[in-house]
Design a protein around this ligand. Sequence first.
Ligand SMILES: Cc1cc2nc3c(=O)[nH]c(=O)nc-3n(C[C@H](O)[C@H](O)[C@H](O)COP(=O)(O)OP(=O)(O)OC[C@H]3O[C@@H](n4cnc5c(N)ncnc54)[C@H](O)[C@@H]3O)c2cc1C
Length: 460
Amino acid sequence: MISESAIHDLRRDIRGSVMGPGDETYDQVRRVWNGMIDRRPAVIVRALGARDVMTAVNFARGHGLAVSVRGGGHGIAGNAVCDDGLMLDLSLMRGIRVYPNRNRVRAEPGVTWGEFDRETQTFGLATTGGLVSTTGISGFTLGGGIGWLVRKHGLALDSLMSADVVTADGELLMASSSENPDLFWGVRGGGGNFGVVTSLEYQLHAVGPIVLGGMIVHRAEDAPALLRFHREFVKDAPNELTTLAVCLTAPPSPSLPSEIHGKKVVAIALCYAGAVEEGEALLGPLRKFGKPVADLVRPMTYQALQSMFDESAPAGIMNYWKSSYVDGLSDSLLDTILEHATQITSPLSAIHIHQLGGASKMPVDLSTSYGHRDAPFVVNIVSTWTDSRENQKHVEWTRGVSSALDKFAIGGYVNFMGEEGEEGVKAAYGEEKFKRLTALKNKYDPANMFRFNQNIKPSV
Ligand SMILES: Cc1cc2nc3c(=O)[nH]c(=O)nc-3n(C[C@H](O)[C@H](O)[C@H](O)COP(=O)(O)OP(=O)(O)OC[C@H]3O[C@@H](n4cnc5c(N)ncnc54)[C@H](O)[C@@H]3O)c2cc1C
């Protein structure tokens, strides 16, 4: 229990706002993207700046509360909100300052990719961002960051140049390759384990504004041949090309022929982030392969591509995801995916195969804590449905696919993971990095105040 007078004092010290279970907007603010999450923090602080974050962290420490951190609120595990602890909501911190002459941007942690792209694309600049524009930049970047530019410009965290971090002792530290480099290593992959990031500075790259993007859609019966062709097609593809193969149910979209609405299909979604004519020439064989039911690939603005999937990801409905990096797309893996895709339990669910490699690939990467740099693909089982009474059915399907994929799996991707426990987190980083992350946790958060995340437990 926190006394009324303590809350009163906290309110006085916070420039943003403070709320508890009795407050009018409490239920709205504790809500996150995944509708399965329903947690009740003891207190919520809506911060407006680093000073508010420092005050909130000091308050939490003084009252023995653990802290959950909300950036964009898209985390599947829902760790942005906690039961009984202090929820630090950063969603009102949305400042963005672009430095066009230096190809840099500084952004606050409540910014979403849609907002970020809007500002940076004004100058023909971008960095690797999420495939859905409402995703927050901070959770996304601190866990990795896979998007349409991943093969050309690396993960989002590869373009992170510095971050301001409020650590568990309430201090604000700058983390970069020259200042607190150990902390900088940790936050680039280790998520929110080491503190609260109040500002992120990125390197920007010349992108678009027009890129070649969209998707090619085939009937499910053509999927085995298409996915094999796609595997060979991307083998030596230039880094400008990034693809995402998706097994899904065709939505009733006017851009798709009505006879396939509601039918199982497979799509190759893609971005060619280079000269459009070069992309057109490169993509010829893929577009001509088989008998596509729709070819929606066309020159479009990078911002339009970045919101192409927005409608498929509404906030507030049920979600349960499982992911795994794989070291290639063997026939046996593809057949396993396709077999389970035919038994999908919700028309909103899908299985995604993200192509990685290119600039994100490093056989040995000691410079960031992100795991599995050498994996060429990550498979994400995206289970989505609207009726909470059906939870068990959809969760079981997801777990079934995941178990069937276990023999191909080399660890999960923290940004796509739900609650996977310590073993899941360890597998996501690999033994060596996990050991180093644990040592860093001992240094920066020995009491595990920041435990609502893909948690690296301190060993002290
Ligand atoms: C619809 C949808 C689409 C997605 N698309 C992609 C994609 O294309 N590529 C990809 O790689 N991932 C994608 N993701 C996964 C996404 O990267 C993660 O969900 C990520 O955590 C979202 O960040 P957020 O700030 O919105 O989420 P939050 O839920 O706010 O944050 C997630 C966790 O990150 C930590 N955190 C967030 N902000 C801070 C901070 N400022 N300081 C310290 N810790 C912090 C906290 O531990 C928090 O629990 C997608 C997720 C969704 C729901």
